[in-house]
Unconditional design. Structure first.
Length: 337
């Protein structure tokens, strides 16, 4: 299992999911803010663990950053209600409301808390923070977007997510910067259509869940663990496929939503943003391929018990989901015809 289930965790998980639905189904900004606050207060008990000091530190950092973003969000909502008719001030308020929501989801240039907090979390909590916790802020962002501001933020996300991934030794930080990079694509999908954003987000969540589950099962947190474990050849290929799919390699499932977004950007003649997105994706693919190459080359420890464990327990699960990742692009291409 991803984590040890008990009644407390199940309760807070239920509140976490329920609070997201409160935010996205509200018809007033105040009730949206209340949903975000409940979401914050339900996630903190999940990440705080007295046995691990890093978890407690991550919980405190998360509380402080989310509280600052929530205060800004509430203050700007009240300012908007008071100064409704002034167009210039409204434009500034829309930028500040967008900034507070971007800070909540860990978007660049408000991303500094995101990799540091992920470094202190378990793989299951990393998965929640990189996927579910982005839903409420992104849907609220779609209600009140400042397009010119978001175009700059998209470029920031693509560049910072790629540059931050370079020379990372922690797998959790690597996935966090990959999440920031994908956030640029998600924001561009959100400006085009909410359905396209939902499609991209669903596929991204599926790929991240596979990566987090694999790393959880092998108890991997750093790159040197990839290099030192003499894994089964099939497991190496599953790492290979899922990393490349996350980066957006064309035959794989992760490329499909990027392909649709590229088509829309070409139709809208947004060539500069498109060029930046594609170049940053190529650099991300280079980073992933370098990791895979060295993990295959530097296998030198032989652990027979690990191979037996993989063969008996997890080989079917990994093979099933990796084949979906590998064949998903081909299946979806047939569906278009």
């Amino acid at each position: 299992m991803f984590f040890n289930i008990n009644s407390n965790k199940m309760f807070f998980l239920f509140i976490l999911f329920f609070s997201t639905f409160i935010s996205i189904s509200s018809n007033s900004w105040l009730s949206c803010w209340i949903g975000l606050e409940i979401n914050l207060l339900s996630f903190i008990p999940l990440i705080s663990n007295s046995k691990n000091l890093l978890c407690s530190e991550a919980a405190l950092k998360y509380f402080l950053t989310q509280s600052i973003a929530s205060i800004n969000f509430l203050f700007m909502i009240l300012m908007k209600m008071i100064l409704l008719k002034n167009f210039e001030i409204n434009n500034l308020i829309s930028i500040l409301i967008n900034s507070s929501l971007l800070m909540k989801m860990g978007s660049a240039p408000f991303h500094f808390w995101f990799p540091n907090i992920i470094e202190g979390l378990s793989w299951f909590n990393c998965f929640i923070l990189m996927t579910w916790q982005k839903i409420s802020p992104m849907i609220l962002l779609s209600y009140y977007m400042n397009m010119n501001f978001l175009l700059i933020i998209m470029i920031f996300n693509a560049i910072i997510g790629t540059m931050g991934s370079m020379n990372q030794t922690s797998l959790r930080k690597l996935l966090s910067f990959s999440s920031i990079n994908n956030l640029g694509w998600m924001l561009s999908a959100l400006t085009i259509s909410e359905n396209l954003w939902l499609f991209y987000f669903t596929l991204y969540s599926f790929l991240i869940s596979i990566m987090c589950f694999i790393f959880y099962n092998f108890n991997m947190y750093f790159l040197n663990q990839l290099f030192s474990l003499n894994l089964n050849v099939y497991i190496n290929f599953y790492f290979f496929f899922n990393f490349l799919s996350l980066g957006g390699m064309p035959p794989l499932l992760g490329f499909l939503p990027k392909w649709i977004i590229i088509n829309f950007l070409i139709m809208n003649k947004s060539f500069i943003i498109l060029f930046i997105f594609i170049m940053m994706s190529l650099i991300m693919l280079f980073i992933y391929i370098r990791i895979i190459y060295f993990s295959i080359i530097f296998n030198y420890m032989k652990m027979k018990w690990l191979k037996i464990f993989i063969k008996n327990k997890m080989i079917l699960f990994f093979s099933t989901f990796s084949m979906i990742s590998f064949l998903g692009m081909i299946i979806s291409t047939f569906l278009f015809f």
